[in-house]
Design a protein around this ligand. Structure first.
Ligand SMILES: [Zn+2]
Ligand SMILES: [Zn+2]
Ligand SMILES: [Zn+2]
Length: 153
């Protein structure tokens, strides 16, 4: 985990972003839980623990900045909230690090690490001459727990 955090910090530096303490605190909230999808308010609550005087507006502004720099990703998981997660430190662009599986029964959001879409992006480039820089994919369906619960009925 610490190694991962170091890579993220390097990424911030590479992007020429000034790393203020508050900005770093926001960043660490997301980096520490890469599978969680935070709302701005949830990030604010966490950051307040180490920066009690910080205001929601400041947190919000810094979230926007981090998102502009492609260090964190903005998400829409169809629950009516704007959510954020950490970007992938091993990609040169603002690439996500997993895909989202949304259960239509319980509303749970699951993450899937493998990104098998490079091949498809290659084909799009070869056949259409279109250079893909990012993609957003959501899978909808029924999670394992809901499938099993349904079977028992
Ligand atoms: Zn995610
Ligand atoms: Zn479910
Ligand atoms: Zn992907």
């Amino acid at each position: 985990m610490d190694e991962r955090l170091e890579r993220y910090k390097k990424l911030l530096k590479e992007k020429g972003m000034k790393t203020t303490g508050q900005r770093l605190a926001i960043f660490e909230v997301l980096a520490n839980e890469p599978d969680r999808h935070f709302t701005a308010e949830e990030i604010y609550e966490k950051v307040k623990a180490s920066w009690p005087e910080i205001g929601l507006a400041t947190v919000y502004r810094n979230i926007q900045k981090l998102s502009e720099f492609g260090v964190i990703d903005k998400l829409n998981l169809d629950d009516g909230f704007v959510r954020y997660e950490i970007g992938d430190p091993d990609r040169d662009k603002s690439h996500h690090h997993h895909h989202h599986l949304i259960c239509l029964e319980c509303g749970g959001v699951f993450t899937f690490e493998d990104d098998l879409l490079e091949q498809l992006e290659g084909r799009i480039r070869d056949t259409m001459g279109f250079i893909v820089s990012d993609h957003e994919v959501k899978f909808y369906g029924r999670c394992r727990a809901c499938s099993e619960a349904l079977k028992k009925k």
